[in-house]
Write a protein that binds this ligand. Structure first.
Ligand code: HEC
Ligand code: HEC
Length: 459
């Protein structure tokens, strides 16, 4: 008896010492400021997403400047001496009309809202060429609500809003709103049972770094059958690489449906602007449709070089450095982010390999993504497969620079369809593999929820 009694206080002292020691270790955030390694720029203003890589050389800077002009260029109807080829059908006439100040677009506020960059991908069930989505006869793979003079647009966008209330454990509530989109007044009857995927334009900085992360590093994070039993699988998308003529890892877009920045850019020219390109997409996006009249020449609208120079813009835009990381609330928020398991998908640190643009090579970066697909539950599902990505699966959105989203564009919103007006709403929409994480957040007291959100705001 005596011995046991004596043993208890002794043990208690040891435990106390151990926990004291743990608490006095200062978290080291100094490296976290270098979101993009040596490429990182320091700006927290409305133009925070518009700077070239901090370590780019003179030749790179000259190409970046040329590319910037192409990204801002408003394309016009053919025939034009320069920058012609818009349409016949299109969504917007310039890259930056959707990627506002290189950040996000906003969902439409009214059916006649011309400024919205939200687009709707369309398909019929099953798969099309090379295992991609199957286009809708008469409408293709994307809804184009605009046509050049004399052309017939595909129809009008309409939607119904739905709300749901989330109850926090400590009493408060949040109201979540989302829109279900449909096409009204189609130029010809829409086939039954078509699949819709609304997509809001994401920001375009830091993407060269994501392209430079070695494929094997991304695959090493995948756990498709959840072998480690943590409830998080993570699966690579496998898509068609037009330039390589083979299947490749998907990296870009909300479902990682595109393998390279060159191809993503050529797809944007083709699908979003109706501009065909040599080598990538030589045919008009509406070829074969009965409303595809006017503006069609025999030649593709732009050269392969124009596509690749435009892609260089996104490739060479720097991620902005985080702010206020020493703030105790932000530090607490980072701990809570890790406690909630957000980092299982939003992986804080990746390393780039060799890249033809040397400024991007061998950088330790903090993008907060694994570039993998995750089942995000029924509420976020679009129920439209995109290569290997299922209807409930989305690529982990990178969180670097996310805190500056509404500084860059006050009307910008979060998640693939822009349904979340705030970072808090974005977290509350998480489900599926992220349900446990979301529940962790929902059950936190208000003060700790605020700390976690302060950390996201600092990124
Ligand atoms: C009509 C609006 C619109 C226009 C115009 C547009 N984009 Fe996009 N962009 C989007 C949307 C929406 C996505 C997400 C697509 C997806 O999920 O597949 C996107 C994705 C991207 C991405 C990938 C971002 C990422 O994080 O993976 C890049 C790069 C990009 N666009 C570049 C361009 C370029 C270059 C142009 C001009 C040639 C352009 N965009 C024109 C709406 C637009
Ligand atoms: C299972 C993987 C997973 C986990 C765990 C997870 N996320 Fe996400 N997160 C995603 C995916 C995938 C998206 C994109 C979903 C979409 O757009 O529909 C996303 C989107 C977001 C966005 C919006 C980003 C944008 O660009 O609009 C924020 C903010 C975010 N997550 C924060 C968090 C936080 C905070 C946690 C922890 C409480 C967390 N996430 C846990 C996978 C995850």
């Amino acid at each position: 008896m005596m011995n046991t009694r004596l043993a208890i206080p002794a043990l208690t002292v040891v435990i106390l010492l151990a926990s004291c020691k743990k608490e006095t270790v200062e978290p080291d955030f100094s490296d976290d400021y270098k979101a993009g390694g040596a490429t990182t720029i320091h700006s927290a203003g409305p133009d925070a997403y518009t700077f070239p890589l901090a370590n780019i050389d003179g030749a790179g800077l000259a190409r970046h400047t040329e590319a910037d002009a192409l990204f801002e260029q408003q394309f016009v109807t053919a025939p034009a001496i320069r920058f012609g080829g818009l349409g016949p059908l299109f969504n917007q006439n310039a890259c930056q009309s959707c990627h506002i100040r290189n950040g996000r677009s906003q969902p439409p506020v009214s059916p006649s809202d011309q400024a919205s960059g939200l687009l709707i991908r369309l398909s019929v069930p099953g798969s099309g060429e090379h295992g991609g989505p199957a286009p809708v006869p008469g409408f293709g793979g994307q809804f184009q609500p605009k046509a050049i003079f004399g052309g017939v647009p595909e129809g009008k966008l309409a939607w119904t809003e739905m709300q749901q209330i989330v109850q926090f454990l400590d009493g408060g509530t949040a109201t979540l709103t989302r829109a279900e989109y449909r096409i009204e007044e189609p130029y010809q009857p829409l086939p039954q049972g078509i699949l819709y995927s609304p997509r809001n334009a994401p920001p375009v900085f830091g993407l060269g770094l994501l392209e430079a992360v070695p494929e094997e590093d991304i695959l090493a994070l995948a756990d498709e059958n959840d072998a480690d039993g943590d409830g998080i699988s993570g699966k690579p998308n496998r898509v068609w690489d037009v330039a390589a003529g083979r299947t490749a890892l998907g990296r870009f877009g909300w479902k990682a449906g595109s393998p390279t920045l060159d191809q993503q850019t050529a797809e944007a020219f083709s699908q979003d602007m109706g501009i065909s390109s040599v080598f990538y997409f030589p045919q008009e996006s509406c070829t074969g449709q009965s409303n595809c009249t006017g503006g069609i020449g025999d030649e593709p609208d732009i050269a392969r070089e124009t596509v690749e120079t435009t892609a260089f813009y996104a490739m060479s835009l720097a991620p902005p450095a985080p702010r206020n990381l020493e703030d105790p609330q932000v530090q607490r928020g980072k701990m809570l982010f890790l406690d909630a398991g957000c980092n299982n998908c939003h992986v804080p640190t990746l390393t780039t390999g060799n890249h033809p643009l040397s400024a991007l090579s061998y950088q330790t970066i903090h993008p907060y993504t694994d570039l993998l697909l995750h089942d995000m539950g029924e509420d976020l599902a679009d129920n439209r497969p995109d290569f290997e990505a299922g209807g409930r699966e989305w690529r982990t959105a990178p969180l670097w620079g996310v805190g500056l989203t509404q500084v860059v564009n006050p009307n910008a919103r979060f998640l693939h369809d822009g349904r979340a007006a705030t970072l808090e709403e974005a977290v509350l929409w998480h489900g599926g593999e992220a349900e446990e994480s979301r529940e962790h957040f929902r059950k936190l007291p208000a003060e700790e929820r605020a700390a976690l959100l302060a950390f996201l705001k600092a990124l």
